[in-house]
Design a protein around this ligand. Structure first.
Ligand code: NAP
Length: 288
């Protein structure tokens, strides 16, 4: 019985790896001229996603709070080959802006083919239930969760019309959870769960479009993540930001339900869910 199980795992693993290998670079030309909105694009992962789409000849709108940074990103997008590039300044703490962000982007672009939800606020530290902890938790829910649902809902008719892609950036911290980022991880879990339900509802009702890709990211080599990792017992090298952006874009192009960066993070999460007692002891002993 154990032999059959191991053989099946082996065959399935090879099949998945082969599928990923042969789909690794398909159809990147399909991004040419696509109308794309990227949120949280004033730095790090979102910024890099905007640049890589630009290199593929997309029309881009980027959004975040800091106008100066958005102007810089837009200029670079144009220099890299974006067909068009512009920005919308928006603070996702303000629960009244979501519909207008989508409307402005649709107006600028003449429609919408791809929406990448990526913006985030995070806070590191053991949960003490302090005022600061609670304040962060209250602020993070609209920014990290409510805005994702509202932006996606406002974009759905446009993405449906264009047979487009909805790409949602989540985290290993939400699957299932890791120490020192409880409130942030909870919002990421909410996002991943919500959009998994939408994927299933789409499958049930035969609505294929927009495709929904949930990106599960592990430790990525950004400034914020480096600062967090420096406090850990085991120094894990973050996955490069450019490769992460590539995984996000590729996940959308292949219309995968999930995309993982680094690629092994999906296997780790699955192993952890199957053997939490053993896995979490190892995690706590070696990493935190
Ligand atoms: N870095 C990692 O190791 C890691 C790991 C797992 C998952 N992820 C996920 O990857 C995504 C990007 O992460 P990152 O490290 O690149 O994030 P980041 O460097 O902290 O950038 C966050 C982006 O969100 C924007 N933002 C923050 N608060 C906002 C608000 N209230 N309204 C509108 N925009 C706001 C920021 O721009 P402004 O300040 O200009 O508004 C910035 O562009 C996130 O979804 C994160 O959860 C990252």
């Amino acid at each position: 019985m154990a032999r059959i199980f191991l053989k099946s795992v082996f065959v399935v693993t090879i099949a998945i790896l082969a599928y990923r290998y042969f789909n690794a670079n398909i159809d990147r030309d399909s991004i040419q001229g696509k109308r794309i909105l990227v949120t949280g694009a004033s730095q790090n992962i979102g910024e890099e996603v905007a640049y890589q789409y630009s290199e593929l000849g997309a029309k881009i709108v980027v959004t975040a709070r800091r106008e100066k940074e958005l102007k810089r990103v837009v200029e670079k997008c144009l220099s890299l080959g974006a067909k068009e590039a512009s920005y919308v300044v928006a603070d996702m703490t303000d629960t009244t802006v979501y519909e207008s962000v989508i409307n402005i982007a649709v107006k600028k672009l003449g429609g919408l083919d791809i929406l990448v939800l990526n913006h985030v606020i995070s806070r590191h530290g053991k949960w003490e239930g302090s005022k600061d902890d609670l304040n962060f938790m209250r602020r993070s829910i609209p920014v990290n969760y409510v805005s994702y649902v509202e932006l996606a809902s406002a974009a759905m008719p446009h993405l449906g019309q264009s047979q487009g892609q909805l790409i949602v950036v989540s985290s290993q911290a939400g699957r299932p959870g890791i120490p020192n980022i409880a409130a942030y991880g909870a919002t990421k879990a909410a996002v991943a769960n919500f959009f998994t339900s939408l994927q299933l509802e789409g499958m049930m009702t035969g609505h294929e479009y927009p495709s929904i890709t949930i990106c599960i990211l592990g430790a990525i080599d950004t400034e914020g993540a480096r600062w967090v990792q420096a406090k850990q017992r085991m120094q894990i090298q973050g996955y490069p930001v450019d490769k992460t952006a590539n995984v996000i874009i590729q996940g959308g192009i292949t219309r995968s339900r999930y995309a993982y960066a680094p690629p092994y993070i999906g296997w780790l999460a699955t192993a952890r869910e199957m053997m939490p007692e053993i896995f979490d002891r190892i995690l706590l002993y070696f990493v935190f």
